[in-house]
Design a protein around this ligand. Structure first.
Ligand code: ATP
Ligand code: MG
Length: 374
């Protein structure tokens, strides 16, 4: 087992001036499951390939345990990688696929057989050991690819979107299997995905990348509760957090017909930058319907408190319902998503008056995007 550190690791591809990965600083603990997540092209695979030794590092260093591996060839790094396409050898049986790396390493046949059978047992592949990959389902092939990594007993597992070839249902069950397997084996793992739900459900911690720059590293819970900036706020969570630019008023922000209290620190941080607005973030589950909310101060006696949202689409999911609507905020029409009771959803075309719960409000600088609230 081992720790992994990226120490200002940078990759600039030949012919490009902009780094694909820009001074990445990331420490993965021994036995930890760390997920790298971000949109297409943000540098996830490049980061993983630098760690694997498949990509040159143009600045900074990479360490596995105490060893500086920055310029070591892949075979000397004691890692095992699982790729998106599995890369199984079609002419070899499952057992030979799983044992191939050990054979190359000169391990004797009996030892290889023992390790392959152990791994097959863990992965529920024992009855398929003599089959060729083409006679397996997608999920079984995925497990063979995992098995090939497990038999090598590496210090670190690297996985690049290993579930993306599976259908939606199998992806969900396989992600649970991989996460529990990793916990059982206790092998430090760096896992790449563009799917934030996968990241949040599998990772001990999640690292969000954008344009080659690390945005935040945190536990899934903290990432959800305290996103560090507007990008992370919008990226993590489904349906996404509502982000609305609103004027600053005395002691709070003006949200439709209500003043929602915001911490003095957050407001003064904004005004110090010369901003007249802040961008507030409200998760769909953190709106109260105005009739139920007494905490909001109503500005006008006549108009109902809160923000009027016109209901355009209602998604009924059983326990919950999601209202997709539009609201006028600061002279602009904004799309909003509000979670409602799935047993009492409003009709299309009607209006809801919503008020964000003040203690669940996220406040970001409109000019820099950074988080201002605690
Ligand atoms: N071999 C290469 N030569 C030049 N540029 C490359 C090369 N590989 C990747 N890039 C560029 O580097 C950036 C990061 O690519 P990378 O493959 O790491 O993204 P990613 O986060 O894995 O994306 P995806 O989710 O689509 O797999 C992209 O802008 C990409 O175009
Ligand atoms: Mg990739």
């Amino acid at each position: 087992m081992a720790t992994v550190s990226f120490d200002k690791a940078t990759r600039v591809y030949p012919g490009s001036t902009k780094p694909a990965v820009d001074q990445l600083e990331l420490d993965v603990a021994d036995g930890e499951f760390l997920v790298l997540v971000g949109p297409s092209g943000c540098g996830k695979s490049t980061s993983l390939r630098m760690l694997a030794g498949l990509e040159d590092v143009n600045g900074g260093a990479i360490r596995i345990g105490e060893r500086d591996v920055t310029h070591l060839p892949p075979k000397d790094r004691d890692i095992a990688m699982v790729f998106q396409n599995y890369a199984l050898y079609p002419h070899m049986s499952v057992a030979d696929n799983m044992g191939f790396a050990l054979k190359i390493a000169g391990v004797n046949k009996a030892e290889i057989r023992k390790k392959v059978e152990e791994a097959a047992k863990i992965l529920d592949l024992s009855e398929y050991l003599d089959r060729k990959p083409k006679a397996l389902s997608g999920g079984q092939r995925q497990r063979v690819a995992m098995g090939r990594a497990i038999v090598r007993e590496p210090q670190v597992f690297l996985m690049d979107e290993p579930l993306s070839n599976l259908d939606a249902k199998l992806r969900v069950s396989t992600r649970t299997q991989i996460a529990s397997l990793q916990r059982r084996l206790g092998i430090t793992t760096v896992y790449v995905t563009h799917d934030q739900v996968e990241a949040m459900t599998m990772g001990d911690r999640v690292a969000v990348l954008k344009d080659g720059l690390l945005q935040q590293v945190d536990s899934p819970r903290n990432m959800y509760d305290r996103p560090a900036n507007l990008f992370v706020a919008g990226f993590i969570g489904s349906p996404a957090m509502n982000l609305v630019e609103v004027p600053i008023t005395d002691g709070g922000v003006k949200f439709g017909n209500s003043v929602v209290p915001v911490s003095r620190e957050a407001l003064s941080a904004a005004t110090e930058k010369g901003d007249k607005t802040v961008t507030v973030g409200v998760r769909p589950e953190h709106f109260d319907l105005a009739a139920e909310a007494d905490s909001a101060k109503t500005l006008s006696k006549d108009a109902p408190a809160g923000l009027a949202v016109t209901v355009n689409v209602v998604e009924e999911l059983g326990a919950d319902g999601f209202v997709y609507g539009t609201a006028e905020v600061g002279g602009e029409t904004k799309e909003l998503v509000v979670r409602v009771n799935g047993r009492a959803v409003p009709d299309k075309g009607t209006k809801l008056h919503v008020v964000p719960r003040p203690d669940e409000l996220h406040v970001f600088s409109s000019s820099t995007g950074e988080r201002l609230s605690n």
